[in-house]
Design a protein around this ligand. Structure first.
Ligand SMILES: NC(=O)c1ccc[n+]([C@@H]2O[C@H](COP(=O)([O-])OP(=O)(O)OC[C@H]3O[C@@H](n4cnc5c(N)ncnc54)[C@H](OP(=O)(O)O)[C@@H]3O)[C@@H](O)[C@H]2O)c1
Length: 367
């Protein structure tokens, strides 16, 4: 086991202010397991964890013990390096939600062959979906190559799958088309893919920055792609659902003004620039934006469908999506080593300079 724990700390008010610190590595006490993070992804979604860190309590998952400093949550794979829990052995590998740190101490509750739940007291009232860890070294569908795709896409795809399921359940609120902003984002095009699985008829329109338009057209997932500047070219008389991926309030206002009463639903998914979920203006025409928080949907469907059926449906959809991503080579995986590289990737994302064609993966352990 490594002797030192290294963490990438983020100033909870000024996200660009990040630094690495080192402390002695933890060891497992009775009922505890220590996981060493090996591989994790970084996408704009992680920036949103910081943006909503206070409002949605993302900073509470992994307390730092240092005033004003947070550990950004990331999705990835870790190996058990110390265990005082029966059934969890050193060397097992788990996928889940980790702090941007080399080590995480968990208190597994119920453990099965495939997963455990972290029962640490400070996580008890945080959304359930983040508290589960899936074993991957005994999973025949996991491989070195699949790990990066899983780390990058899985949490985003589950959100997209959930929102599509919700919209289909509501009969698309009577809409004929869905307009998706940040169409180049992984969440945006996972949404387009999932909506297409729900309905052949609904028109899918992607809005993106002018510089990302070719990339979005190349995805082959949208019926039509427009740069933000051109959104007023859309037919304002068609009943429309808006999926607001990254919470740009100026684009949101223009969409509402353009469609007016024909805007039948606005599903707000995230925000990358603010410290609060954006507060829409009171006088926005059309339907009021409603925040779609995936963990709430996951909890509801797990209850209604049962966890096994839920996993089966999501698993099938994820597999179909990964096939599409790989067949069309939608992204290039860029794997880098260490927290300094992570800091640079995050800085790029905070500045809005990220290239959607790159899937960023950080390794902490040399092979
Ligand atoms: N509500 C939920 O439960 C939930 C779950 C998952 C994700 N989300 C949200 O989905 C959003 C996208 O996440 P992702 O991981 O899919 O992103 P991603 O794949 O890393 O997206 C990159 C794209 O996001 C846009 N972008 C980049 N930097 C930005 C910035 N600083 N501000 C605004 N937009 C920026 C650009 O798209 P364009 O050029 O096309 O605009 C860029 O090409 C996040 O805001 C995230 O919070 C929400």
């Amino acid at each position: 086991m490594t002797e030192t724990q290294t963490r990438l700390l983020m100033n909870r008010q000024r996200f660009e202010d990040m630094h690495v610190d080192s402390t002695p590595a933890p060891s497992a006490k009775d009922g505890e397991v220590v996981l060493a993070l090996d591989r994790f992804s970084l996408t704009v979604n992680n920036v949103t964890y910081a943006a909503f860190g206070e409002a949605l309590r993302y900073w509470d998952f992994f307390p730092t013990g240092i005033d004003g400093q947070g550990l950004l949550p990331v999705w990835g794979y870790a190996n058990v390096v110390d265990s005082e829990v029966e059934g969890i052995e050193v060397g097992q590998r788990y996928f889940g939600y980790f702090p941007s740190a080399t080590h995480l101490v968990v208190k597994p509750g119920k453990t099965g062959a495939r997963s455990f739940r972290d029962e640490s007291a400070h996580r008890a009232d945080l959304p359930e979906v983040y508290n589960w860890y899936q074993r991957s070294d005994n999973d025949p569908f996991q491989s070195e190559a699949a790990e990066s795709l899983h780390a990058i896409f899985r949490p985003l795809f589950v959100t997209a799958f959930g929102l599509s399921d919700f919209l289909a359940d509501e009969n698309f609120f009577g809409a004929k088309q869905v307009v998706i902003s940040s169409a180049s984002s992984r969440t945006g095009y996972s949404e387009a893919f999932s909506l297409r699985m729900q309905s052949e008829d609904i028109e899918l329109i992607g809005l993106t920055s002018a510089g990302h338009r070719d990339f979005v057209e190349g995805l082959g997932l949208y019926s039509k792609v427009l740069a933000y500047d051109d959104l007023e070219q859309l037919d304002p008389d068609r009943p429309t659902v808006y999926v607001d991926v990254a919470g740009n309030t100026e684009v949101q206002r223009r969409v509402h003004q353009h469609f007016g009463e024909q805007l039948v639903h606005d599903a707000a998914l995230g925000a990358a620039h603010t410290h609060e979920p954006p507060q829409p203006d009171e006088d926005l025409p059309g339907a009021r934006p409603v925040f779609f928080f995936a963990p709430v949907w996951v909890a509801r469907r797990q209850k209604e469908w049962g966890p096994e059926e839920f996993n089966r449906r999501v698993g099938e959809a994820v597999a179909a999506f990964f096939q599409h991503v790989m067949k069309h080579r939608l992204i290039e995986i860029r794997e880098q080593q260490g927290f300094e590289a992570a800091r640079e990737v995050l800085t790029e994302m905070l500045d809005g300079r990220t290239d959607p064609a790159i899937g960023h993966v950080i390794r902490l352990k040399a092979d």
